[in-house]
Design a protein around this ligand. Structure first.
Ligand code: PHE
Length: 366
């Protein structure tokens, strides 16, 4: 299952700049990869329409990792060894980015993740970057939200033990919430892809917390919220960016009402860059409204193109240094710089589901 999109490619080798991308275009988290890919593709098309970089067009080579462990390594090995890409863009889910990062690092090929927030990702080495905040920041913001906005004294935590993202976000939330005097109620696990959560939810119900922290992905989150409602649980459920997908609402419907999550940006609070991105995206993709993964996929490609221009060449070390120097970058997701840990320093937003819609609630600055 390999999808290759060649954009603005002239015939013959060497006269394009090859950029690799790996994404979950099919499988359980297909909306993640589809969105990030569309954003990335739009950026590459715009860059090429404006003449490309260093006098060459960018050729985007995209591999579908099918939402499957093991595939990111295959995809990235192929892109680097067989296709000869100069950089890699991807992935959304932390577990899959964590699989690819050591391979990029070892080959001195810069990797920019659009949306993986697990704190350990960029610790894989100095060739690994992200254009989003990490979960130390997100976990802290969620802890403040629980005590501040929700006024929760006791929070239960329900973690997807198959996901590095979920485990990492649960950990940073727990540390910050407990330090600020919050009480952690029962802590329960599930496996992403499970269908029946009633046993764990009953345990949570009996523990009577004020809220449930659920750092999961949209498909599992929607089923959990439906079953919590069926069990007559009326407490707020909240989570992080993994909730963001239109599918959260199409699966969860009225069971999502009133719940909250944090994420990267809100198209209800647009910057001029966001507005022009949203317009171009809708035009390119049949009126579809972009989500955070699309916005971040777009920014990951723009950051790379900007670094190639500043480096004046595409060899790994020079490109790495140029990406690391990214400062006050005006992306569609907002203005950000990359810090010494190669993480983006940027604001986060809270969304509440109201009237069946994602509704902007608040912004938290770094
Ligand atoms: N941050 C999530 C992860 O690291 C991925 C994600 C980003 C999901 C943005 C939805 C929106 O796994």
């Amino acid at each position: 299952a390999i999808a290759t999109a060649v954009i603005g490619c002239k015939s013959g080798g060497g006269d394009t700049i090859k950029v690799g991308e790996f994404a979950s275009l099919t499988g359980k988290e297909a909306t993640f990869g589809t969105s990030s890919h569309e954003g990335t593709l739009l950026a590459v098309e715009q860059i090429n329409a404006a003449g490309g970089v260093l006098g060459k067009k960018i050729e985007l080579l995209t591999e579908d990792d099918q939402t499957k462990a093991g595939e990111p390594a295959n995809a990235v090995n192929k892109l680097i060894s067989k296709d000869g890409v100069i950089a890699i863009l991807g992935e959304v889910a932390s577990s899959r980015s964590l699989e690819a990062a050591p391979i990029c690092q070892q080959n001195k090929i810069p990797m920019i993740s659009p949306a993986s927030t697990n704190p350990t990702l960029t610790k894989e080495g100095d060739y690994v970057f992200r254009v989003c905040f990490n979960d130390n920041f997100q976990g802290g913001a969620l802890a403040n939200f629980a005590s501040g906005t929700l006024k929760a004294k006791k929070v239960a935590i329900f973690t997807d033990v198959k996901s590095d993202y979920s485990k990492g976000l649960a950990k940073s939330f727990k540390e910050k919430y407990a330090t600020s005097g919050g009480q952690i109620g029962v802590e329960l696990d599930f496996n992403g892809g499970d269908k029946d959560f009633k046993g764990q939810l009953t345990t949570i119900k009996n523990d009577a917390p004020d809220a449930i922290f659920l750092p999961g992905y949209y498909n599992d989150v929607a089923l959990i919220c439906i079953q919590a409602k069926q069990l007559g649980m009326n407490i707020p459920i909240f989570g992080g960016d993994g909730w963001e997908s239109e599918s959260l609402l199409t699966i969860g419907k009225e069971a999502m009402e009133g719940h909250y999550f944090s994420t990267h940006c809100s198209i209800e609070q647009p910057t001029p860059e966001m507005t022009s991105f949203v317009d171009a995206y809708k035009k390119r993709f049949n009126g579809k409204t972009p989500d955070a993964m699309a916005v971040l996929g777009y920014d990951s490609a723009l950051v790379l193109a900007d670094a190639i221009k500043r480096a004046g060449k595409t060899d790994g070390p020079a490109l790495r240094d140029a990406i690391a120097a990214t400062k006050d970058f005006s992306g569609a997701s907002g203005k950000f710089s990359l810090n010494a840990d190669r993480d983006a320093v940027k604001a986060l937003v809270f969304i509440q589901i109201k009237g069946g819609k994602f509704t902007y609630n608040a912004t938290v600055n770094p």
